[in-house]
Design a protein around this ligand. Sequence first.
Ligand code: SF4
Length: 325
Amino acid sequence: MPEDSGATRHDWTRDEATQIYRQPFTDLLLQAQTVHRANFEPNRVQVSRLLSVKTGGCPEDCGYCSQSARNGATLSASKLMEVERVLTEARRARDAGATRYCMGAAWREPKDRDLPALVAMIQGVRALGMETCMTLGMLSDHQVHELKQAGLDYYNHNIDTSEGFYPQVVSTRSFADRLQTLARVREAGIKVCSGGILGLGEAAGDRVDMLLALANLPVHPESVPINMLIPMPGTPLEAAAPIDPLDFVRTTALARILMPQSYVRLSAGRTAMSDEMQALCFMAGANSIFMGDTLLTAANPAEDRDRQLFDRLGIRPEDLPEAAE
Ligand code: SF4
């Protein structure tokens, strides 16, 4: 395999990754697009849909999050959504072209009494022919096992930022806790979705370190969401300075190069991105987005707008998986 076609490696050094990140912008884009084309069909983007099945009242203190009960944001806590309602929303998402359905709950970890409903959601969404993903916080061994038995395809658990910068953002659980949850999920045979957020006040080196932490795991996450902070009023990061859009694109390109076979997802923050910035992200190897008007509690571009952007860029959404009905 030629050097830049993206052999899968797990031994990237900080120097190598920094050099890739800092090279001239067009060289970086060319390298990322070359890796992308060696591993994926070009101009195809996977579309996921995200539903908040339990909103607000979270005991964690993630500094960017309006769902934390410890932050000043005033989002009221909801109960776990009823299974039928989740499945109605999921059917709608499938009919609109989503191939993966992600369900998120604002918890430190699920309670065992919630497991039967979570299992029913997974089984119901799979029966609709979509892949399933959940993000529920930390998981115990037996919870991971039950979710796997129910057929959960992906588990999302972001590392958020670099290990060094992490304590500036979250204090109620450690970076090591996050890695442990990821290892538990991986061990159970569930695919891993893990990425981070840019614009928390981190330095360029933190972005490199965050991606290195993921790229040097024994197996790369199958899905790597790259979020751009949407500063939420009332949160500690409400006044965070926005990231330079070109640095965001650079980070996306680095993710593509370090993890050639992973789906790199443009996640939260697309409402604040121009069409041109998103086009550069696709050029840099992003090949997944969340579609739908809201992402948990934040706004997301309207679906029509995304479809128009896809049309203008000649991008087609990926189809449902082969096994789907
Ligand atoms: S990001 Fe998740 S874990 Fe952190 S406060 Fe928000 S809902 Fe809770």
